[in-house]
Design a protein around this ligand. Structure first.
Ligand code: PAF
Length: 282
């Protein structure tokens, strides 16, 4: 596996691949890799000639300095895992390599800014959109892979690609879960043992809400019920629990007649903020 730290070296490499007609699958990450990321690498390996991954903890998408500072950084273990998984190139730039000094472009994703992660993390999607645009421009992938655990990020990226005409196919991959249902996330590494046990409340509350909705219980009642279930977990502090459509992620008051709905949760477990969702056909 080649490890590249500069944009110049990356551009030269990409030029070489393109001149030979090689297809590129790209997996952007912020490191602290887990099986979810590896499933994206494996999917990329199967569909393209060259798999490229990036590791960059992007300061522009953090609206909480403690979250940025405490974000797990495990570069050596990540490099080993990527090599083992068959990744061909790892782009791991420094912050000064990615961003020049000074202000950067701000992006806004319309109504997606006012719901869930957009509402609770102002500026987050602007930062995600900026870094993903830069990486797409540098790497020029044919396909790029994103995990559906970050459902709203997937929707934002699809909008970015459509509105800016990036010639890349976005592949959205299923959430990978631990044996007890907890969605794999880099932030799980920050949970202590009792928080790790408490964190199962996210998936448990989603499953419970899905079963109530499937029985025809009204959305408001389901949300109230789920919120009181979460309130019983002393280490949990809920940001939101929503039932939304999967196109615009707008809150629903009724799931009847919807093709597909998503139940979405964001919740602090101790000081660690986790998100999860379940998509289903009502
Ligand atoms: O999902 C992530 O890890 C990040 O938001 C991404 C897409 C790598 C952009 O920094």
């Amino acid at each position: 596996m080649l490890v590249v730290n500069t944009k110049k070296a990356l551009r030269e490499l990409i030029k070489g691949y393109k001149s030979k007609g090689k297809t590129i699958g790209f997996v952007p990450t912020m490191g602290a890799l887990h099986e979810g990321h590896i499933s994206l690498i494996q999917a990329a390996n199967q569909a393209s000639d060259i798999t490229i991954s990036s590791i960059f903890v992007n300061p522009k998408q953090f609206n909480n300095s403690e979250d940025l500072q405490k974000y797990p950084r495990t570069a050596q273990a990540d490099t080993d895992q990527l090599k083992e998984a068959g990744c061909d190139v790892l782009f791991m730039p420094s912050e000064s390599e990615v961003y020049l000094d000074g202000e950067t472009l701000q992006l806004s994703f319309g109504s997606l800014e006012h719901v869930m992660e957009g509402a609770f993390r102002p500026g987050h999607f602007s930062g995600v959109g900026l870094i993903v645009s830069k990486l797409f421009n540098l790497i020029q992938p044919d396909k790029a892979y994103f995990g559906l655990k970050d459902l709203q990020q997937c929707t934002v990226i699809s909008k970015l690609v459509a509105d800016l005409d990036f010639p890349v196919e976005i592949i959205k991959m299923p959430t990978v879960r631990a044996h007890d249902g907890l969605a794999l996330s880099s932030r799980n590494a920050r949970l202590n043992p009792s928080e790790r046990t408490a964190a199962t409340i996210l998936y448990r509350s989603l499953i419970h809400a899905q079963s109530l909705l499937s029985k025809g219980v009204a959305v408001k009642e389901v949300i109230d019920h789920s919120k009181s279930m979460i309130a019983q977990e002393p280490l949990a502090q809920l940001d939101y629990f929503e039932v939304v459509d999967t196109k615009e992620l707008k809150p629903l008051t009724n799931v009847q007649g919807q093709n597909e709905v998503a139940i979405c949760i964001a919740c602090f477990i101790g000081s660690v903020r986790l998100i999860d969702n379940l998509v289903f056909i009502p």
